[in-house]
Design a protein around this ligand. Structure first.
Ligand SMILES: [Zn+2]
Length: 355
């Protein structure tokens, strides 16, 4: 059964801008905090505490980190502007050297390389960053089922994940609002969330890094570069390899939503007790029976919380192996505003670029 639902009609960016001005200071601060995914001071301090306890030194920077500061993209995007030509800037690609091996807080560009051999990435970056103003509709990059909605400031803020079958998942991170519910079936191009700037890294680096969606592709629990992988690749009719919006792919609109119930319950039940962090293990054990959700959370945890797991479990398979069919992905941004994307290697001009 496919559920249909109305497209979001709230004027999201205005709502945020309204929240930030003309209000008593207390109210404005509360709303700005909420925009960054900070739901309460209790949550903030507990997340900060666990970040320091578990990850010690915190973020590590080098001179190469200065490349992150992109006011040419950040300022117009925080102002709610979009490129007039409808192409979303790609701010960072997947790191072909260390991406997919596990999360780290090293943010330099010393050894990292994107799939072109260029430097539009950083150490162990495990996704593709599409720049878009807060409140942009994020859409399903392929048909699938909503298997994870998680709101953790420490780990990328509000995050939604879709299962596309054959062990392929996509994940949409730093969201503002989820527009779907767990278990919902979605067609390609359906709105799943509104983009935001939620999460610890976005909060700390505002306004130096632009609002963006950190888009991830997973295969059997391992993050992949969708520009450079056999099992998931961008749909690009002109052969350029650049992702295009669903509006350019009418042929895909009638695709069947794949069967996504192939999680290995036995494997999940074997892996969770091996967690060496009580809090993480308790959280997973408390989720009873929703195995697709548990599998997605567990895969994410095995990758991002690597301190909490024995090394031998990295990349363990929690899903039945299938044919390994290629999944064609379309741009995860609304075709109301975007027709494709481009690599923002060079400084973007101030004039005649932003609408
Ligand atoms: Zn990212």
């Amino acid at each position: 059964m496919t559920m249909s639902y109305e497209k979001n009609i709230e004027a999201a960016p205005n709502e945020i801008h309204e929240a930030m001005r003309g209000q008593p200071i207390g109210g404005a601060i509360k709303n700005v905090a909420n925009m960054f995914g900070i739901r309460s001071s209790t949550q903030l301090f507990s997340d900060l505490g666990s970040a320091l306890r578990r990850q010690g030194a915190g973020f590590q920077f080098g001179v190469s980190s200065l490349g992150f500061i992109r006011p040419d993209i950040s300022i117009p995007t925080y102002q709610g502007k979009r490129p007039i030509h409808g192409l979303a800037p790609i701010y960072h690609c997947f790191d072909e050297v260390g991406g997919g091996k596990g999360y780290s807080q090293r943010v330099t560009r010393k050894t990292s390389r994107d799939f072109r051999g260029k430097g539009l990435t950083y150490d162990e970056h495990d996704g593709v960053d599409f720049v878009c103003p807060v409140g942009t509709e994020l859409v399903a990059a392929a048909p699938g089922t909503v298997v994870m909605i998680r709101d953790t400031w420490l780990r990328g803020g509000l995050t939604v994940a879709l299962d596309h079958g054959d062990g392929v998942l996509t994940q949409y991170t730093h969201c503002w609002k989820a527009k779907v519910h767990l278990g919902q079936k979605v067609k390609r191009g359906d709105v799943v969330a509104l983009s935001g700037v939620s999460g610890m890294d976005m909060t700390i680096f505002c306004p130096w890094i632009p609002p963006h969606i950190h888009f991830m592709v997973w295969e059997n629990g391992v993050p992949l570069d969708p520009f450079n992988s056999d099992n998931s690749t961008w749909y690009s009719p002109d052969g350029s390899g650049m992702p295009v919006s669903v509006a350019a792919t009418e042929a895909f609109r009638e695709e069947l939503i794949p069967d996504t119930s192939a999680v290995d319950i036995q494997a999940i039940n074997d892996v969770i007790p091996q967690c060496i962090d009580d809090a993480v293990r308790d959280q997973l054990q408390a989720l009873d029976g929703q195995y697709e959700y548990i599998a997605a959370l567990l895969e994410d945890s095995l990758h991002h919380d690597k301190w909490a797991w024995p090394e031998a479990l990295r990349g363990v398979s929690l899903r039945g192996k299938k044919g390994g069919e290629t999944r064609q992905l379309t741009l995860p941004l609304s075709s109301n505003f975007y027709r494709g994307a481009f690599f923002a290697d060079k400084k973007i001009p101030k004039h005649n670029f932003w609408a």
